[in-house]
Design a protein around this ligand. Sequence first.
Ligand SMILES: Cc1cc2nc3c(=O)[nH]c(=O)nc-3n(C[C@H](O)[C@H](O)[C@H](O)COP(=O)(O)OP(=O)(O)OC[C@H]3O[C@@H](n4cnc5c(N)ncnc54)[C@H](O)[C@@H]3O)c2cc1C
Length: 491
Amino acid sequence: MASKKKVIVIGSGFAGLSSAAYLAKDGHEVTLIEKNSTLGGRARQFEEKGFVFDMGPSWYWMPEVFERFFNNFGKKASDYYHLERLDPSYRVFFEDEKWDIPADFEALKKLFDKVEPGSSKELESFLKEAKYKYETGMHDFVYRPSLSITEFLDVRILGALFKMQLFSSISSEIKKRFKNPKLRQLMEFPVLFLGAKPEETPALYSMLNYADIQLGTWYPKGGMFKVIEGMVAVGKAQGVKFLTSVEAKSIEVNNGITKGIHTNQGFMEADAVVAAADYNFVEQRLLSPEYRMYSDDYWQKRKLAPSCLLYYIGLNKKLEGMLHHTLFFDADFGQHAIEIYDRPDWPKNPLFYVSTTSASDPSVAPAGKDNLFLLIPTAVGLKEDDSIKQHYLTVMLDRIEKHTGQRLHESIEVCKIFSGQDFVNDYNSFRGNAYGLANTLFQTAFLKPRMKNKKIKNLYFAGQLTVPGPGVPPCIISGEVAAHLLTKEMK
Ligand SMILES: Cc1cc2nc3c(=O)[nH]c(=O)nc-3n(C[C@H](O)[C@H](O)[C@H](O)COP(=O)(O)OP(=O)(O)OC[C@H]3O[C@@H](n4cnc5c(N)ncnc54)[C@H](O)[C@@H]3O)c2cc1C
């Protein structure tokens, strides 16, 4: 049993909640502080006029990671929420047709063969490789703090690395196998979560295709926030103290040792700190310069995942033709990617995504009405104003109307917009990023910002800007790894 330490966790996103629960289980006295008035970070939820909106993540992938978290505390996910697999998993609108992506693999293979005869064989072999990467990744890579390359210098791991396709791009692997542009786009879609162009994303990440197609797209009834509630309940049962509207203003360090945190509510003493708020903000704003591991130049050179424009809309009627998840791929993917990554600008004709959770869950909208969550990925740091936000709302509503054949503009009862600047204001997000750092080769594993500050003995980091990376499952893992590292080092 580790010696009991007073630990402060900064931030109540998935990483902070996970870390706090594990630290308390390890025997520490844990206080989690959150600057906002509600818990959950990017996964907060709000309700207006009976419409319930998850503010951030909506795709529940890799259910085993959630299950593992609850199991480690003697619980099951089903103790906190009812999970159901979506079928179809999602709908895609192309310019001239729509595809429903079936949960059943045999049905999906038929779809592939119909579009491109023989392509189901390619799909099978592509997913066989993806499965290997996923299983090896989960088993050998992601549950490591990745503090140095030496963690990976093991014959078995080096052998595995070779098969993980780190050095070829996912785009080239997909192009080798599929000719049809729509199939290619479908296979590249999961990479959008990773925040870089498919051409710059290692083929390693086809593991996400495996997660998408074979492990499935799930939904916790009531919304993703049910997971947050479950994790908070676990933390409370372990003895974590949760404090909202408490903002870290600076980290007190004496001779390389954290002594505690200055907050808007006064000084809080600590034997150790896990910073699960935006890494860049903690480094550059909460630490004095001599304790920062990374320079401003380092941060400016990081490749960030996109920001996004989000719209939470309550409709005064039901909108036919949308599934729980609907992707609008009825525009030029390549051009939009250029506007996000290469020549940052507002997109001329963006791809976008709509989540209509009320399509499968009547509890999240008033009877006879629907909630819509609209998302356009954008470059980080763009200059924004109200007219731009209104423009994109019109663009998306027009395209939804075109594809579903129903009027929408006059049916909006609730509309809240959330933009890059809101990411900065609400989460202290670096340049307004939505999903942290892009998962390029040079920002993977030990090449990401380090989970442990080298200059301070007892300051650890968790969350989407450190290992293993962005996304809900990785953040849950990040919190666990940081907690165990702290416990191990602070014995
Ligand atoms: C719109 C959107 C859609 C997404 N969709 C998906 C999806 O479908 N599936 C998926 O798996 N992932 C998705 N993601 C990614 C995923 O949501 C994130 O990677 C993950 O939630 C990040 O968790 P985190 O704990 O690292 O950070 P956060 O959730 O940002 O938590 C950090 C917390 O720290 C707090 N904080 C900051 N500064 C301070 C301070 N000084 N003092 C106290 N508290 C502070 C912030 O308020 C925040 O609550 C999405 C993200 C976004 C934004």
